[in-house]
Design a binder for this molecule. Structure first.
Ligand code: NDP
Length: 306
């Protein structure tokens, strides 16, 4: 029995170290030097070469090395009955929440304006705060925590999801209620998983339903956003600016218009990076559960896509 790590182009030494610390006997095979594919019963993946999982005839478990599973489900060659798990971890959640809170605070307290003022030696005390209501698309593990922490900071929060929910601590809309959701907010945070239903959801049609001057924070996936539509929505005044951590193509190509757009702030997909020490125990626990035939933790629903 072996665990294969397939994460091309990434340094996986910390993962190996942590897996071995948790299970000193474990047989780990690392792509591309996988010598014994018949022994591999579980794989830990991040952006694996599509189609390659059919090399493992005894595969029983697929573990994402991050919160998202879109990189796995987009591989149509994967056998549909193999369970897929993902990472749910406090460190990952806190890091994401801190990033989004930073984006909300920077907008609310207009840090860009004061940085400009400082450059020009301007002392302007007028209107020091932009009133905000934060709309969060996707109030699951990450979005739910963002909502909670923003409420603790006394921000008004509105949630949007896929299914009906009871006893929410903030106004909540789902499905085709998107119009109502957008009408209540002036900061839009995308914290959705990437699925066939959510791909391209941040498009001109949606932006034109927003209140004028809505600020966008996209920390989910680049493919949620139709990038040229964002530029158009900024020109039309529906969107005032954006904080973007994820892009259609990463790294963002040098010639991309976002680089020089004053209204857009770019970070290089660092909003929340999986910490191998924190995440390794759940992968090892699931690996051991194969033998014990126990249900896996943090298993996703492949039909739903998250
Ligand atoms: P969860 O699965 O816990 O939550 C997903 C939420 O999205 C749920 O509330 C779900 O609604 C909602 N949702 C799904 N589909 C739709 C839809 N079609 N319309 C409306 N709402 C929908 O995921 P996480 O919170 O853990 O992670 C979300 C995503 O964040 C990941 O998939 C990943 O892509 C991204 N991410 C980005 C990182 C970065 O560094 N930039 C780091 C980590 C994650 P319901 O509850 O009703 O089912």
């Amino acid at each position: 029995m072996a665990l294969a790590i397939i994460s091309p182009g990434r340094d996986v030494r910390l993962w190996i170290e942590n897996f071995k610390e948790l299970d000193p006997e474990i047989d780990i095979q690392v792509y591309p030097e996988i010598t014994d594919p018949e022994k591999v019963e579980a794989v830990a993946l991040w952006n694996h070469p599509k189609g390659m999982l059919s090399d493992f005839p005894n595969l029983k478990l697929i573990c994402s090395m991050g919160a998202g599973v879109d990189h796995i489900l987009s591989d149509n060659s994967i056998q549909k009955d193999i369970p897929i798990t993902r990472i749910i971890d406090d460190k990952l959640t806190t890091s994401m929440t801190n990033y989004v809170v930073m984006g909300v605070l920077n907008y609310h307290r207009q840090i860009n304006r004061y940085q400009e003022d400082q450059k020009n030696k301007v002392w302007d005390m007028s209107n020091p705060e932009i009133p905000v209501t934060v709309g969060i698309m996707g109030v699951g593990e990450l979005g739910g925590d963002i909502a909670e922490k923003l409420q603790q900071l006394r921000f008004d929060v509105v949630g949007y999801g896929n299914t009906h929910k009871e006893n929410m601590k903030y106004p909540y809309f789902f499905g085709d209620e998107i119009h109502k959701f957008l009408s209540k907010i002036n900061i839009l945070v995308c914290m959705l998983p990437l699925t066939p239903k959510t791909e391209g959801i941040l498009n001109l049609n949606l932006f034109r339903k927003c209140n004028k001057n809505t600020y966008l924070v996209n920390v989910a996936r680049g493919k949620h956003l139709v990038e040229e539509d964002l530029l158009e929505a900024i020109d039309e005044g529906y969107i005032s600016g954006a904080l973007l951590d994820v892009f259609q193509k990463e790294p963002l190509p040098e010639e991309h218009p976002f680089w020089n757009k004053n209204e857009i702030t770019i970070t290089p997909h660092i909003a929340s990076v999986t910490n191998p020490k924190a995440a390794a125990p759940q992968i090892i626990e699931n690996y051991h559960r194969i033998k014990k035939s126990q249900p896996f933790i943090n298993q996703i629903n492949p039909k739903r896509g998250y």
